[in-house]
Design a protein around this ligand. Sequence first.
Ligand SMILES: Nc1ncnc2[nH]cnc12
Ligand SMILES: [Zn+2]
Length: 381
Amino acid sequence: MDRPPRRPGQAARPARCAARRRRATFAAVPPPPEAILPLSPRLPDPALPKLELHCHLEGAAPPDLVRRLAARHGIDLSGLFTPAGGYAWSDFTSFIAAYDAAAQVFRTPEDFAELAETYLAASAAEGVIYTEVFLSPDYAARQGLGYADYVAGVAAGMDRAEAAHGIVGRIIPLVERHFGPDRARAAAEAAVNNPHPRVTGFGMAGDERMFDVAAFAPAFAIAAEAGLSLTAHAGEVCGADSVRATLDALPVRRIGHGVRAIEDPDLVRRLAADGIVLEVNPGSNVALGVFPSLAEHPLLRLRDAGVKVTISSDDPPFFATSMGREYAAVAETFKLDEAALLAFSRTAADAAFCDAATRAQLHARLDAFAPDPAGAPFPTS
Ligand SMILES: Nc1ncnc2[nH]cnc12
Ligand SMILES: [Zn+2]
């Protein structure tokens, strides 16, 4: 029997999304690092400039920092860590729960400043020149930290990292899809009512199986109206239909993940024709069982079909990865040379949520490493 139609905003029926099943697991232990990305005999090349468009700040928290802040704030985190000291999770749902638990140790603006500075400094050491971090204001609010103080803390950490290491940071507040459209609308209003020069975008992450994506259109309209650039996760846990529905419902030009678009050739053609940029996270996709191995990941098939693809790390310590490891593993697995790797960085510079002057500086740094084979240097005016 057909189910009754859902009201906008009503909780989705998870079964409608054909999520891929990963191998059965009986304990919350993630795959070992070597089962996620090949451990390259080559060190990640720290000189090759890299740009990251997709990293969740709380998801970038090293376990040691989380343990230290938990002790500082007197928080019991039993169950969050494996015996080896990494994060304990075994599938997408338990990963989101672990992310949620780790996020609760960040409570003050200085906690977030330390996290942002730590992450950007480590990224800069691997050659990252630009990072957009996703923030989760709903998590910070749960710890009693308001949006403006949260952003100020992260921005202070970015200022310190930029001054010390030259890495440029931008902030994209996200809504968690599983918290529903009302919270999303409130988050969009908070972002718009508390502008900050480092906040240049707005987006959505969380459980793609929950709620109709169209229910989030009002939140995205508020952000778009205020001039924020937009991105939304889709095509990770759910398939090509989820990417199509997201593009139909929201005025986004970038999709977080989007990799399961590969299941539908018509959709791949649409992405290419419309110049939609995919924020691809190869290590995350393998770790979460979206694809069985990096060799079977569609990164290059999408690129070769004309889709704009970039490389990011998503939640690096959860997935035993980093920007350096992602670039090194992709280079090794797909036998890519330096020019091919730089092309990912150039696509990311084109798609970055930043102003024209910043974009020109990023392209200048890429061109200084190796001239753009496409010819003319990136226009500065
Ligand atoms: N990979 C991911 N997918 C959806 N939401 C997330 N939040 C943090 N990481 C995520
Ligand atoms: Zn993500």
